[in-house]
Each structure stands twice: as structure tokens, then as C-alpha cells.
Design a protein around this ligand. Structure first.
Ligand code: GLY
Length: 441
């Protein structure tokens, strides 16, 4: 590839992919950005292609024909299906783990066994294939516990069970009603660990890791961390909750052994290793889960803070050629992201509700709007087309100000049934006030 004439393809269509396209398009090395399938919003800054994220061969055909220099994969499903293997076979550069390495996310049984084998701190769990085994596991582990479908279930295959009635319901859902289908052919019944949920995203090249700016997401749908889990209702960077000391501990105690272990298993890990952790009071961080791709909405907050070009990081990750001088520079300002969702989400929701205010708010200094689930109607208006609708992001001096700015921007975007959390970052601000006597990050 020639510097200044690169063609880049992004796979996916949500807020994370909109942020990736936005960032990659700013690279001085990039002339063309394609996105498959993309969205009406992404089409404003890239060429969108009518190819689905699971159509691996068609995606590779396109990349080959158009001489795409770098492909960046958003969704875990494409990775689990082996998109990186297909592209690599054809000599194409594709950022992300191959199919075997993706099992860290696509098989919770593989990842649990892997963590046990390599001494990575994780909760006790039983692997169950029948209702009887799961009943016995609940007795052995005790309540509260967690039911986890082994496979990919669009972030929905995890249930925290506190009471006997909830355990009965989980047994019914997982084994009798089989609501998660074959993703729950094997189910982990896991010890529940109480604490703060945090995550760390690191770029990996098969051997080495480069941590991204710290970021915290919020999964519960309602204020006060109540209600069902979602894909993510907001994020901010820096994380605050995961401090520098604990990040270092996670790099040494989790990321290092994971990269070493994956290499030993013949599955060297390239791409984003996204470690989901629980910080039990006063104890070591435990790994809740691994994801093998950029988080959504974590990516939105991280990328608006990234000072340098993302392209060299992704290319060198895919080629396994990280060098010690590769150290991302982050803007000193803080970033916040508030996700606007449709009424009913994460359950059923209506589509096609007209949205007002997006384009006006997007023009403001320090505001970045990434579209998670929108479309244009026949009259050219923005309408809702997903459960998560918009990622409204702000970047400014201090976390408290960034959160306030994002919240105020979110208030000004309207659609019927609009919902968003007003307390994203509240706990982080409390911690900052205790630490420094002010709300500035
Ligand atoms: N925000 C959580 C995830 O991307 O899985």
C-alpha cells in the first residue's frame, strides 16, 4: 500500500462503526473509506455497500476486487465466523482475531477453561449441558449465581439469579424454553461476585499489548443501575473507576498471561482484547468475560480522545509488528457518551419515529454524534431504526463538564419514547471529588 492512498473497509453499521469510520477517514494515509453495510449516517462520510456482516466471502471478494488495504471488523459475529481467516488466506490485511482466537468471546466454555489453565483470576463455574446438571450446579455454587449461555447471544445470554424463584425461571428459560437456542447448548452456572464492573481495551499484535485510554460503560437500562442489561447506555473516558494502579495489575495479571497462553495454544491473539472485569472490594480484579472487538459505546468515547492516527495501530496489530515507540497520545480533555434508546429497549421497540435536533446539535463545538440505529425516511427525515438510536458524545475539559455537555446535547434531540440515563458517570464524579476535592479529571 502507498502512504496517502489507502483504501479502508469497516464492517458493521452501529455507533461503534460510525466512530471508527469517522476516525479512519481523518487519517492522512486514507483516501477511500467503505463500510458494509453501513447506515444512512455513515453514508455521509463513507461509501456504503449492501453486504451483510456475515457474508464473509462477498466481503472478501469486494476487498480483493477494490484492492482494500485494511479491513476493520466491528461485530463479534463476523470474527466468530472466520472473516480474518478468509481475508488472510487471500493476502488481505484484516484487523481482528482469527476464528480460533475469537473463541475467547464466542465460547464461554473455552474462555473459562483457558483462564483456569493459565491462572487468570475468574469466578468458579460449572459447565452444564442438561437441566439436571444446572440444578446440581446451583446447589453446589449457591445463590446468588449467574447463568451464562456459552455462545454469542447478542449480549442477552447472561442472567443474574438471586432467589430460588429466579433460579427456577433461569432453568426454564435456558433448558425448557431454550430462548437462547444453540448458543445455550452448554451453560455456565457461575459464582456471583459483587463489586464494580469495569473494562479495559487493549490492542494486541499476537504477542504485545498497547492499552487504549481507560473507559467505563454502563449496561443497565435505568438510572441507579436498575433494570435489565443492555448493549450499553453510555460511557466516559477516563474511566476513573479503573485507576492507573489497577490497570497495570490487569495488564500484568490478565492481559500478559492471556497473550502468552493464546500463543501457546496456537491461537495468537491479534486485534482488540476487551477485558470485562469485576473489582471485588480490596481483592484482585476477576475476569467476567473477554470480548474480542471494540466495545460499543466505549469506542465512541475513546476515539474522540485519540490524538494520533488510528491506522498504523490497526495495520501493525494485523501484521504482528508492534514496536516500542507505538504509544497512543490521548487528548487531555475528557469524553462522555450518552446513548439515546427507543421506548421498550432492550425488549421490543417501535421503529420509524421521527427524530429532531440531530443536525443542529452535531454542529456544536465539542459535540460528536454517532448514529447507532437511525435511518432516513422518504421525506429525508432522520427516524429511529434500532433499540439504541444515537450515541451523543462530548469532549471538553474535565469529566464533569463533558458529562454535563453530553446530557444537555441529548436533551435537545427529540423523538417519541426517547430514553436515556441521566446518571452516566455520577459515581465516577463522586470518586473524583473524594480524590481531588473537585470534579475535574
Ligand atoms: N459495551 C459492552 C460491549 O460492547 O460489549
Amino acid at each position: 500500500m502507498l502512504s496517502g492512498s489507502m483504501r479502508v473497509l469497516v464492517i458493521g453499521s452501529g455507533g461503534r462503526e460510525h466512530a471508527l469510520v469517522w476516525k479512519l477517514a481523518q487519517s492522512p494515509d486514507v483516501t477511500d473509506v467503505f463500510c458494509a453495510p453501513g447506515s444512512a449516517a455513515i453514508a455521509q462520510i463513507a461509501t456504503c455497500l449492501p453486504i451483510g456482516v456475515t457474508d464473509i466471502v462477498e466481503l472478501a471478494d469486494f476487498a480483493e476486487k477494490m484492492k482494500v488495504d485494511l479491513t476493520v471488523v466491528g461485530p463479534e459475529m463476523s470474527l466468530a465466523l472466520g472473516i480474518v481467516d478468509e481475508f488472510t488466506k487471500r493476502g488481505l490485511v484484516c484487523f481482528g482475531p482469527n476464528k480460533l482466537a475469537s473463541e475467547l468471546e464466542s465460547s464461554k466454555v473455552f474462555s473459562k477453561r483457558f483462564m483456569r489453565k493459565y491462572g487468570i483470576p475468574t469466578a468458579e463455574a460449572e459447565i452444564c449441558t442438561t437441566r439436571g446438571e444446572a440444578e446440581a450446579a446451583v446447589k453446589k455454587i449457591g445463590l446468588p449465581c449467574v447463568f451464562k449461555a456459552e455462545g454469542l447471544a447478542s449480549g442477552k445470554g447472561v442472567l443474574i439469579v438471586v432467589t430460588k424463584e429466579e433460579a427456577d425461571r433461569a432453568l426454564r428459560l435456558f433448558f425448557d424454553d431454550r430462548v437462547f437456542g444453540s448458543a445455550a447448548d452448554r451453560v455456565l452456572v457461575e459464582q456471583y461476585i459483587d463489586g464494580d464492573e469495569v473494562s479495559l481495551m487493549v490492542l494486541c499484535d499476537g504477542e504485545r499489548a498497547i492499552p487504549l485510554a481507560t473507559v467505563k460503560d454502563y449496561k443497565k437500562v435505568f438510572d441507579g443501575d436498575r433494570g435489565p442489561n443492555t448493549g450499553g447506555m453510555g460511557s466516559h473516558s477516563p474511566s476513573v473507576i479503573l485507576d492507573a494502579g489497577t490497570s497495570r495489575e490487569v495488564l500484568m495479571g490478565v492481559v500478559g498471561p492471556t497473550l502468552k497462553g493464546m500463543k501457546e495454544e496456537g491461537r495468537p491473539f491479534k486485534g482488540i482484547l476487551f477485558v470485562g472485569l469485576i473489582l471485588e472490594k480490596g481483592l484482585n480484579p476477576y475476569v467476567l468475560e473477554f470480548n474480542v472487538r471494540f466495545g460499543d459505546p466505549e469506542t465512541q468515547s475513546v476515539l474522540i480522545r485519540m490524538e494520533d492516527d488510528l491506522v498504523p495501530y490497526l495495520v501493525k496489530s494485523a501484521k504482528g509488528t508492534f514496536t516500542p515507540d507505538l504509544r497512543p497520545v490521548w487528548k487531555k480533555e475528557a469524553a462522555a457518551c450518552i446513548v439515546l434508546t427507543a421506548e421498550g429497549y432492550p425488549g421490543g421497540f417501535e421503529k420509524g419515529r421521527v427524530i429532531t435536533g440531530i443536525d443542529e446539535v452535531a454542529k456544536e463545538e465539542g459535540i460528536f454524534i454517532f448514529h447507532s440505529g437511525t435511518a432516513k425516511n422518504a421525506d429525508g427525515q432522520w427516524v429511529t431504526s434500532g433499540g439504541r438510536v444515537l450515541s451523543v458524545c462530548a469532549r471538553t475539559r474535565g469529566l464533569s463538564e463533558a458529562l454535563k455537555k453530553a446530557r444537555e446535547a441529548a436533551e435537545r434531540i427529540q423523538f417519541e419514547g426517547r430514553h436515556f440515563r441521566r446518571d452516566i458517570g455520577a459515581k465516577a464524579i463522586e470518586i473524583l471529588r473524594e480524590r481531588t476535592g473537585s470534579g475535574l479529571a
